[in-house]
Design a protein around this ligand. Structure first.
Ligand code: AMP
Length: 191
């Protein structure tokens, strides 16, 4: 099963992707994780994206499309994958279509988690206090404000792209983790 999971920052994409990994054996392809790993390893890409990420802006389409394309081409994915946090712009959505076409595979569902902006700051504060290695550089009020603006201005058009294609499934992401996981499972049942 190949899925795309989209939603606002702090909206639960990472946690829900991890559930899909644990319960269905999918491979999680998280561009945020790939970029954080690049920063950690001090690679050239890491150096390029460090400040952009810390302030809550989007990294260029070229960089993230390159990372995802490499992974999709080299990966074997017996049980499929879940793209977590990608695509985040219309350009990325179109580029992904090209990669999938070259690889001769399709996506089974695009799931968008719907979460009101008002609860995201609290969720991110909670995550910042819980992470073992300390808070992420972009888990602060100022960067979150930027990430939300970017989500509404740049990622919503990507979500609309999938809605127009008729492949978008929207899931209420406001409830607790188990309930949201059950809502996603219910959508997957219908595929
Ligand atoms: P995430 O872990 O998905 O919340 O992503 C953290 C940050 O990484 C974002 O705020 C962006 O700066 C960057 N990032 C992750 N995925 C993408 C993407 N698909 N396009 C552009 N920037 C991204």
């Amino acid at each position: 099963m190949r899925l795309i999971l989209l939603g606002p920052p702090g909206g639960g994409k990472g946690v829900q992707s991890q559930r899909l990994v644990d319960e269905r054996g999918l491979v999680q392809l998280s561009t945020g994780d790939m970029l954080r790993a690049a920063i950690e390893q001090g690679t050239e890409i890491g150096e390029q994206v460090k400040d952009i990420m810390a302030r809550g802006d989007l990294v260029s389409d070229d960089i993230v499309v390159g990372l995802v394309a490499n992974r999709i081409f080299e990966g074997d994915f017996a049980n499929g994958f879940v793209l977590d946090g990608f695509p985040r712009t219309l350009g990325q959505a179109e580029a992904l279509d090209e990669v999938l076409e070259l690889r001769k595979i399709g996506i089974d569902a695009v799931i968008a988690l719907n979460v009101d902006d008002s609860i995201l700051l609290d969720r991110i504060k909670k995550r910042a206090s819980e992470l073992a290695n300390g808070p992420r550089a972009d888990d602060n009020a100022e960067a979150l404000k930027k990430r939300l603006e970017v989500y509404h201005s740049q990622t919503r058009p990507a979500i609309a792209y999938y809605a127009d294609k008729g492949v978008l499934r929207t899931v209420d992401g406001m409830a607790d983790i188990d309930t949201v996981a059950a809502n996603i499972a219910a959508v997957l049942e219908t595929l």
